[in-house]
Design a protein around this ligand. Structure first.
Ligand code: ADP
Length: 258
């Protein structure tokens, strides 16, 4: 608690009383700690690919470039690490944009089918490359949602990309249905699942169950925190059910447009 005391003086300068203001700064401290942790995490996430890019570029300049097989391998690593940096910077920008501006219910109206069509080619290609069957069921009479369409596309992209990312050779689905005053979007997969003890933490920035696996698949650790921001800001709810080794279902309930 931070305390400020100001005396109240009478006209002849004698103290007549005091005003004492107490600020509870627990929340401030917590936010400050979160911010410091975030900056440390970002720096670490940026430094890892940068170190690798720098190292391989130096090795190439030192002579490795003369050997075609090595040159090819090192250039591929440099390319992959640059892509990782790019994804990280893009996710950070999205997160910062959403946090600064906030997501508001009045931000727009979106049609689920149209929002899905924007990301459809990316998801279909990704699922096909991993031999995963993709099933999308969006009823034609589904009501519109009170959420910006780009934000809805981003939410669907993050959840479907994760579903494919953490599944090998099974199936991934998106099922939309109408509830009371809301639309439910279910994103399911038959993938690796999430251990129960990690479930409460998965929406935190940079939290990953398996760091190596996430990195190897191109994950930044920011996808679900972006999803949570979008859903909360638009007045909806996101829940997750998962069974290790069996699969995971994320359910977003989003308010219908008025
Ligand atoms: P990442 O970029 O690592 O995928 P996210 O914020 O999108 O970061 O997800 C956080 C973590 O939650 C992931 O690293 C992964 O461990 C877990 N996760 C997310 N979605 C799934 C899923 N569909 N199946 C299994 N694990 C998942």
């Amino acid at each position: 608690v931070r305390t400020q005391v100001s005396p109240i003086l009478s006209e002849d300068g004698r103290a007549r009383g005091a005003v004492i203001v107490c600020h509870d700064i627990t929340e401030l401290r917590r936010l400050e700690k979160l911010r410091t942790e975030f900056v440390a995490n970002v720096s670490h996430e940026l430094r890892t690919p940068l170190t690798s890019i720098k190292g391989f570029a130096e090795t190439l300049l030192d002579g490795a470039a003369e050997e075609p097989a090595l040159r090819e391998r090192f250039l591929k690593i440099i390319q992959a690490e640059s892509l990782r940096l790019q994804r990280l910077v893009e996710d950070l920008l999205t997160l910062s944009h959403i946090e600064n501006r906030g997501v508001r219910r009045a931000d727009g109206i979106s049609n689920v089918q149209r929002a899905y069509e924007k990301i459809q080619p990316v998801i279909e290609r990704y699922a096909e490359a991993k031999g995963i069957s993709l099933n999308v069921a969006i009823p034609p009479d589904l009501p519109a949602l009170s959420i910006g369409e780009d934000l809805l596309s981003q939410l669907m992209l993050n959840l479907l990309e994760n579903a494919v990312k953490y599944t090998s050779g099974g199936s991934v689905w998106l099922k939309a249905s109408t509830g009371v005053g809301e639309v439910r979007l279910e994103f399911g997969d038959t993938g690796c699942g999430i251990p129960e003890k990690s479930l409460p933490r998965i929406f935190e920035r940079f939290f990953r169950v398996d760091k190596a696996r996430s990195r190897e698949q191109g994950g930044t650790g920011l996808g679900l925190s972006i999803v949570k921001h979008i859903v909360d800001g638009s007045g909806g709810k996101v829940t997750v059910q998962s069974e290790l080794g069996k699969g995971t279902v994320f359910t977003c309930s989003l308010p219908m447009a008025l």
